[in-house]
Ligand binder design. Structure first.
Ligand code: SF4
Ligand code: SF4
Ligand code: SF4
Length: 272
């Protein structure tokens, strides 16, 4: 029964969010939205516990595909950082602000950067590229993410200060252009650095928002020092360069862990 605890807990958390938002916002959409996302994530984790190799991909495609195609392109919600700033400035606690609150600002206190491992539609494509394990050491380029986040804030603030009309339409086009750029830059960087997740490490502004809470994440990979034989396999397969055998909260790249469980799958001593 132990292996059903995590998927059941995930489903319960998302159901609680779904019902709370449905009742407080009097909008049935939230019940459907968060129930679907919770069920998809729970299914991914359940498949993993049953040993299915592509379990994480299933969750990525179910959640990421739904968000990109249905919420983004059909419902025209900008769920990138520009959309977050936009709804924040308008003072509306809807769409992108709720999405950011649940998945990226407060949710990481519970499930760290699970968003990046199981739901992000950009990474869902990047993870299919050939460089699943980084071929070179991580570079000190993470500062670029902060610059990109600041630029997105400046972009949206400028639109407000200039009293530009038709903001909803601009946000929709910004979403499309932003996604095309993310995919283009992400794929180019993956081949350049021989690292599928180079975009996540150096460019993506969303990571900046998730890092503070994910440092205190309840769900995290821990190492049983009694079993570990220091073979180094876990670090060599980690796509995010996490020093996973160090159990401290300040371990190297600890806030970069996307809970992909590659280290767990590959540990010969089942120490993780
Ligand atoms: S860092 Fe950005 S692009 Fe990478 S998985 Fe997270 S949200 Fe997606
Ligand atoms: S793969 Fe397992 S045994 Fe090897 S260093 Fe990592 S935790 Fe220790
Ligand atoms: S391999 Fe392990 S430490 Fe690295 S990102 Fe995945 S779950 Fe986290």
């Amino acid at each position: 029964m132990k292996k059903y605890i995590l998927p059941a807990a995930l489903l319960a958390v998302f159901e609680a969010v779904a019902v709370t938002l449905w009742l407080t916002k009097d909008n049935l959409f939230y019940l459907f939205n968060f129930s679907y996302i919770g069920a998809s994530l729970a299914l991914g984790v359940l498949l993993f516990t049953r040993g299915y190799r592509h379990a994480r991909r299933v969750a990525q495609l179910l959640v990421g595909g739904y968000m990109l195609v249905y919420l983004g392109l059909i419902c025209r919600e900008n769920m990138q950082t520009e959309g977050f700033w936009y709804y924040l400035f308008t003072g509306v606690f809807e769409a992108a602000t709720i999405h950011y609150a649940v998945a990226k600002l407060f949710g990481p206190l519970l499930f760290g950067r699970g968003w990046c491992g199981y739901a992000c539609w950009t990474a869902a494509v990047l993870d299919f590229l050939p460089y699943k394990q980084p071929k070179r050491p991580r570079r000190k380029l993470g500062f670029i993410r902060y610059i990109v986040l600041a630029l997105s804030l400046v972009f949206v603030a400028s639109l407000f200060l200039a009293h530009v009309g038709n903001m909803e339409r601009i946000m929709f086009f910004a979403f499309i252009v932003g996604n095309v750029l993310y995919y283009a830059v992400g794929i180019a960087l993956a081949f350049w650095f021989k690292d599928n997740r180079a975009f996540c490490k150096y460019v993506c502004p969303v990571a900046v928002l998730m890092k503070p809470a994910s440092r205190f994440s309840l769900l995290r990979i821990r190492c049983d020092k009694e079993k570990c034989v220091s073979c180094g396999k876990c670090k060599s397969v980690c796509p995010m360069d996490v020093d996973v055998t160090d159990n401290s909260r300040s371990r190297a790249n600890g806030t970069e862990c996307i809970l992909c469980l590659e280290c767990v799958k590959n540990c010969p001593k089942k120490a993780l």
